[in-house]
Design a protein around this ligand. Sequence first.
Ligand code: AP5
Length: 213
Amino acid sequence: MRKNLVFLGPPGAGKGTQAKRLAQELGLMHISTGDILREAVKKGTPLGKKAKEYMDKGELVPDDLIVALIEEVMPPEGGVIFDGFPRTIAQAEALDEMLSKKGMGIDAVVLFDVPDEVVVERLSGRRVCPSCGAVYHIKFNPPENDEVCDRCGTKLIQRDDDREEVVRNRLEVYRRQTEPLIEYYERKGILIRLDASKEIEEVYQELKKVVGA
Ligand code: AP5
């Protein structure tokens, strides 16, 4: 059966890094609301224009926009890793409803557990490729050639919302609006806690174990 997985956790916990690899290995679709929104901002679409004002401050984009976006990209047969979605109780309820209409559900919610100081270190060293979206870290996952993408040769940049003051607000927003989802999914009996503070490879091996891959 094709699994539907949710990756939950604070900004910079490593959700995207692990989701890309696991999705490829298991043949699942990787849906990252952050990536979709950044693409919309880059293209200057109406969604991108609306989303940018929230993203620049580290605030969440309104639920109705996010739910509409998910409805648009969701494959009918499932088999998805949701990365950075849902982020509010309202989004979680909308996802439950969307999946149950298709006779599906969420198989597991993986909580990427990392302390705040690790988050800050990971986000301050993150570099991304503005062309192909590859993600690096200057210390933990550096490109082969200084500040240039291994895949496409484009000069790497720092994400606008990885500035220190925005990171602090993203962490607060996470505590206030997203953390309540931990209890929401715990009550459903599908929450799995993962120690995401270890090295990338170790986290990946542990992740595969906990999701039964
Ligand atoms: P989004 O892009 O989803 O940001 P986020 O949740 O804050 O997550 P990040 O992408 O920052 O981190 P990550 O956990 O994927 O870590 P990564 O793998 O890159 O959202 C951005 C914005 O969009 C939000 O603020 C909001 O405005 C809006 N938005 C998005 N979804 C929304 C929604 N559902 N509702 C409303 N608004 C929404 O890793 C981080 C760094 O650490 C990298 O440099 C990586 O190389 C490195 N690294 C990863 N793992 C390890 C490891 N194990 N050891 C050492 N380094 C590591």
